[in-house]
Every structure is written in C-alpha cells, then in structure tokens.
Design a protein around this ligand. Structure first.
Ligand code: CA
Length: 229
C-alpha cells in the first residue's frame, strides 16, 4: 500500500542492507547510497518522501548534508531521520537544529526505525487538515480562517507571520519544533523567513501576547513549543 520512496544514506553496507530489507518488507521503495555526494544528487533528482541519513560518511558530514537539504527549496520539505553512533549527543542536538525530524542511535532496531518513519510520514500528510480549524487552547482562540487571535476574549494584533507561527505551534501543543520546521511551516510566498529571524519573531510575538507569552517556550537545543494545556 505504502509506496513512498525512502532515500537511505549509509556507508556501512550491512546496516544499509538491513534498513533496505526492512523498508521493502513494509512496502516502501528504498533507494540506498553510500556517500554524501550521491545522497545530494539523488535527493535533488528524485525528491524522495524521506531521507534516512547517517552522520559519519566517508566524504561528507551527514549534518552538512541535512543542512544543505533544508536550505534547498527543492528538498527542504523532505523529512530527515539522522543515524548517529552511541554517545554522540552533541550530534543529535545539532541534527535537530539543522532541521532533522528525528534521530536513531546505533545500534537500533529496524522495526523501531520503520515505526518512527511511519509516524513522521503520517504527521506530514495529516498537517493540511488542521489548517483551517479554530484552535481553543488556554486563554487563546486562534481563528485561521480570519487570521485572528483573541486572548481572554480580546483581539490581539499580529502580523501575518506572527500569526502563522503562533497557529503552527498551538496546533501541536507540547511538540518541540526546530527553527527550520517553523520556517518551513510559515513560509509565505513573499515573506522571506530565515531560521535566525525565527528567534526575533518569537520575541516580538511573546511581547504582543503579554503575560501569556510565557506559553511559547524555548526548548534548549531544539527550538520552540507551545506549552501543553
Ligand atoms: Ca557511517
């Protein structure tokens, strides 16, 4: 049933084979490459539905690949799961900061990997549904159709982008999003948003929300989230 194409980037042949085997078994279409250059070429040419990316590659740093994918308009929407060796927590944090959606620490269970991958793909396809739903959370009433926010019943004046950020975070309370994910979600046709400007945006947004600005929490090493109710 599932026919999503998954690009697997891993230079250790036995791990690559193991992942490919498990993905095929679950009905996905895995494409395997063993270095970073091939990974970039394949990702740009065939825009897979997901990239599974090892950090330690012979030619490139996997984190660098992830960064390049997330900077390229053609590939930035593709979810990335990073593979990292045990004890490289710094890599994990960096990976999430450069836009990875999840990570697995080696050695890992292929079944867990497939489960995580499925969850990300499901989350991705479900996102558009919530686009026009009014969100009532804490003292907030967020009305995407009207692009309006009421706090304690009083209207708050937000810019277009501030609204998008708030709506995005509040639509999944408790979820931590990286700056790249936020940029990706709020990108307008004529509003260039960068990862750095997300921090500035959040500061401005919190200010406008007054005492309720605290519900937009900073998640150290990851990004931001809307505090769960
Ligand atoms: Ca490796």
């Amino acid at each position: 049933m599932a026919r999503e194409q998954i690009l697997v980037v891993e230079d250790e042949e036995d791990i690559l084979e193991l992942i490919m085997y498990n993905l095929s078994k679950e009905g996905y279409r895995p494409v395997g490459v063993t270095n970073g250059q091939e990974a970039l070429t394949k990702a740009r040419m065939s825009t897979p539905d997901m990239v599974i990316l090892d950090i330690m590659l012979p030619d490139f740093d996997g984190l660098e690949i992830c960064k390049l994918l997330k900077k390229d308009a053609k590939t930035q929407h593709i979810p990335v799961i990073m593979l990292t060796a045990k004890g490289e927590e710094a890599d994990i944090v960096t990976g999430l900061e450069v836009g990875a959606d999840d990570y697995m620490v080696k050695p890992f269970s292929p079944r867990v990997l497939v489960a995580r991958l499925r969850a990300i793909l499901r989350r991705k396809t479900r996102e558009p549904v919530s686009e026009d739903q009014t969100i009532a959370i804490r003292e907030f009433l967020i009305h995407p159709g009207r692009h309006e926010v009421a706090l304690d019943g009083k209207k708050v004046n937000l810019t277009f982008t501030e609204f998008r950020v708030l709506h995005f975070l509040a639509s999944r309370p408790g979820w931590a999003f990286s700056r790249y994910q936020i940029v990706d979600a709020v990108r307008g046709d004529n509003y260039p948003v960068t990862d750095r400007s997300v921090d500035v945006l959040i500061v401005g947004l919190r200010k406008k929300l007054g005492k309720y600005g605290k519900y937009i929490e900073t998640v150290r090493g990851v990004g931001y989230r809307f505090k769960e109710d």
